[in-house]
Design a protein around this ligand. Structure first.
Ligand SMILES: Nc1nc2c(ncn2[C@@H]2O[C@H](COP(=O)(O)OP(=O)(O)OP(=O)(O)O)[C@@H](O)[C@H]2O)c(=O)[nH]1
Ligand SMILES: [Mg+2]
Length: 244
């Protein structure tokens, strides 16, 4: 784990989990820096990417004037566990607001200021593909659209979620919201992690808002979404809900 380069607690920390994102990460960090976000900091959680993303993150941290933490973990442990580690670190260093987004530029950095603005009047804001004004990459195949839409719909039904986009990984939280969700009790690590967080937030009575954005497919690196992944998540979430 690297040291922060500044002692002042960041107002906004962007938590980014990475696995083999060496081409995407510097572009993402650069674009976020250009958004004029006051008190911006970063936490990168890298799971020992063989392509050198971890070292790239260290180099970016060296060059950044502010809080830039890099959590290096030895092996690939999944998205959920990476987020939990990143969120815990964000709380530990005193972040007031926490943004989560993928490293692969699917979540547009230019939308982060808008997400934060909506957060002024909410506990959590979800970057949403399924509210008016949102959407998915026009290049998505019919099959991928179906998996995403129906997978998300099934999860909403199973969990009784009010939000339209239950599986979005583009979110902003107030510090108090992350505390209320209870990071230590989150169990799912794959596709089910995002809905689990939203479910816990809804159960805790938090105000969850949605802000439209258009999801753009990764151009660098490989995609791996499948029906199997969506069904597994659905099954695990159903078990979670039954157990309470
Ligand atoms: N630390 C860590 N990051 C991961 C892991 N798996 C995926 N990620 C990162 O999590 C984010 C989301 O993963 P993606 O691979 O983009 O998942 P996706 O968007 O559902 O699928 P595609 O982009 O279509 O492959 C990216 O920033 C990945 O680099 C993991 O096991 N550990
Ligand atoms: Mg992706």
């Amino acid at each position: 784990m690297s040291e922060s380069s500044s002692a002042a607690p960041p107002k906004v920390v962007v938590v980014i989990p990475t696995y083999n994102e060496v081409d995407n990460l510097p572009v993402l960090v650069d674009e976020l820096k250009q958004q004029g976000i006051d008190g911006l900091g970063f936490i990168i959680v890298d799971d020992g990417s063989p392509d050198g993303t971890g070292q790239m993150a260290d180099a970016l941290a060296e060059r950044f004037d502010g809080v830039f933490e890099v959590i290096h973990r030895e092996s690939k442990q999944g998205l959920g566990k990476s987020y939990v580690a990143g969120f815990q670190k964000a709380l530990e260093i005193g972040a007031e607001r926490v943004v989560q987004m993928d490293a692969d530029l699917s979540h547009p950095p230019a939308e982060v200021p808008a997400l934060l603005k909506v957060l002024d009047d909410a506990d959590i804001v979800i970057g949403s593909r399924y509210v008016e004004g949102g959407g998915v990459d026009p290049n998505w195949s019919w099959g991928r659209r179906q998996i995403s839409y129906w997978g998300g719909f099934g999860i909403r039904m199973v969990l009784g979620l009010k939000v339209r986009d239950s599986t979005s990984g583009f979110k902003a939280f107030r510090r108090s919201a992350l505390e209320a969700v209870g990071l230590e009790r989150l169990k799912l690590s794959g596709y089910g992690f995002q809905p689990e967080v939203t479910y816990r937030a809804q159960k805790a009575g938090l105000k969850v808002a949605e802000h439209p954005f258009t999801f753009i497919d990764r151009t660098a690196g490989r995609s791996k979404m499948s029906t199997g992944i969506a069904l597994e998540a659905l099954f695990r979430l159903a078990i979670m809900r039954i157990r309470g």
